[in-house]
Design a protein around this ligand. Structure first.
Ligand code: SAH
Length: 207
């Protein structure tokens, strides 16, 4: 992991010391099926079953740097997958913060629960459901991050975000960061050239 982390630092993907510390603390190997563990430190997305993947380290680093998670924050994560990024977020927000993570595939959710059990995880709540609809029960959130690509950013995410907070999500083959300036005003930045598994939802797109 150390070599991979140094590579991500030298390529400019990892910058913030708390995020670098979290990458060192959470072993990606703990989030992979047995047969994939030997590839844990490659800078690649890897299969975790159910046609899903653990995210590429470069992408997780890039998205976390845009999200700027801080101690004490309340975070909503859409697409738990293996739980790797969930563990990173949990470490970054600490005991005073919380991570609510939504996964639509029951088996992956159970697997993530198991993977996360060896980490400090009292601040994590895993929910089975469609994250495109947000999660009102624990809103508002300081930050919202999605791991599966959507056609447009869910309006539920925008409304469940605190003013001053960010949504970081893949849209098509870009990663976008949206900052909530006021109840109705959002500032968007777009970074092109990434690939993700699709967000699967029955939510109708709203304008
Ligand atoms: N960061 C995770 C990435 C998992 S891939 C990791 O590193 O392991 C994205 C995940 O999003 C998949 O597990 C997929 O099942 C889930 N997903 C797709 N659409 C979803 C939706 N609408 N709600 C919740 N989860 C969803």
């Amino acid at each position: 992991m150390e070599t991979l982390i140094q590579q991500l630092i030298s390529e400019g993907y990892l910058k913030t010391s708390s995020i670098i510390e979290a990458f060192k603390y959470v072993d990606r190997k703990d989030f992979l099926p047995e047969e994939m563990k030997k590839h844990a430190y490659l800078n690649q997305a890897l299969p975790i079953g159910y046609r899903q993947t653990i995210s590429q380290p470069l992408v997780v680093a890039f998205m976390l740097e845009l999200l700027e998670p801080k101690q004490g924050e309340k975070i909503l994560e859409i697409g738990t997958g293996s739980g790797w990024q969930t563990a990173l977020l949990s470490k970054l927000v600490g005991k005073e913060g919380s991570v609510t993570t939504i996964e639509r595939i029951e088996e992956l959710m159970r697997q993530a629960e198991k993977n996360l059990s060896t980490y400090q995880n009292e601040n994590i709540k895993i929910i089975k459901g469609d994250g495109a609809k947000g999660y009102k029960e624990r809103a508002p959130y300081d930050k919202i991050i999605a791991a599966a690509t959507c056609v447009r950013v869910s309006s539920a995410w925008k409304s469940e975000l605190k003013i001053g907070g960010y949504v970081v999500a893949p849209v098509g083959e870009s990663i976008i960061q949206i900052e909530k300036k006021s109840a109705k005003e959002f500032k968007k930045k777009e970074y092109a050239g990434f690939r993700f598994v699709p967000l699967i939802t029955d939510e109708k797109p709203r304008k």
